[in-house]
Design a protein around this ligand. Structure first.
Ligand SMILES: C[S@@+](CC[C@H](N)C(=O)[O-])C[C@H]1O[C@@H](n2cnc3c(N)ncnc32)[C@H](O)[C@@H]1O
Length: 235
């Protein structure tokens, strides 16, 4: 699924590294900030998988994706505005589906995805429905990441919101508390393998993979900071 800050293009590098740390088909794997599920949909060496995100519309969408009937959905700017302005009137899964698939760059209600290709939105919807074939054995959860503080013996992948220091624009500012997050990772790394996608990390984290790439977010294209996968040094 096309998703703001999603890892579609980088998944071919990141997935083999995650799979290396998953030692058996019963090992627990948690995609803690799953978004468009562009990583967990390719993790095929365990059957014990959780996809978590704190966006309730997103998780409801994944849990109900088999309800989507594209022939019944009006792909128009009017319908997009109607759903955006009346979220409580529609079911959460439907708000999620429209909010992500009809929006530019997969940003939840970030602006209607006008395109010179008429069927652009329809193709993106169809892609997500097909993607779900690879997510059928995944348990979806709608929690803040700290809900999983008692987990042990798991491989936990964190594609948390980027630290704002790496962003050139304020458009992607978030209220995410990065200091608290890194502290949480230190604690969790004692009993789990925790892998973090970020551009910067505190000194006690090591880079286990790195690649420079052009972000799909045009307003930070000038940012040359490379994509990295980090792990706590003392784990
Ligand atoms: C960069 S996106 C993940 C993209 C995903 N890996 C992909 O490839 O499509 C980060 C996600 O973290 C979620 N998020 C932000 N704060 C969170 C929190 N405190 N707990 C859980 N999820 C959170 C956002 O809703 C967003 O979906």
């Amino acid at each position: 699924m096309w998703y703001l800050g999603g890892k579609i293009r980088l998944s071919k590098y990141i997935v083999p590294i995650i799979k290396y740390y998953i030692k058996s088909e019963n090992s627990l794997f948690i995609d803690l900030f799953c978004g468009g599920c562009n990583i967990i949909d390719k993790i095929d060496n365990t059957n014990n998988k959780i996809a978590n995100d704190n966006n309730k519309y997103l998780i409801s969408m994944w849990n109900n994706i088999d309800k989507v009937d594209l022939s019944e959905i009006k792909i128009t700017k009017e319908h997009y505005d109607e759903v955006r302005n009346n979220k409580d009137y529609y079911e959460d899964w439907y708000v999620g589906f429209i909010g992500f698939h009809f929006s530019y760059g997969g940003k939840f209600f970030g602006g209607f995805a006008r395109s010179r290709y008429e069927d652009h939105i329809e193709r993106s919807c169809t892609k997500t429905i097909k993607q779900y074939e690879y997510l059928k054995n995944v348990y979806f959860s709608h929690q803040d990441y700290k809900y999983y503080s008692n987990v042990k013996d798991a491989v936990i992948y964190c594609d948390s919101p980027y630290d704002n220091c790496t962003q050139k624009s304020t458009k992607y500012l978030s209220s995410f508390d990065h200091r608290e997050f890194w502290e949480w990772v230190r604690k969790m790394s004692k009993y789990n393998t925790v892998l973090i996608s970020e551009k910067i990390a505190p000194d006690d984290f090591e880079v286990i993979w790195e690649k420079s790439h052009n972000s799909n977010m045009s307003y930070i294209k000038s940012d040359k900071t490379s994509e990295k996968l980090f792990k706590y040094k003392r784990s």
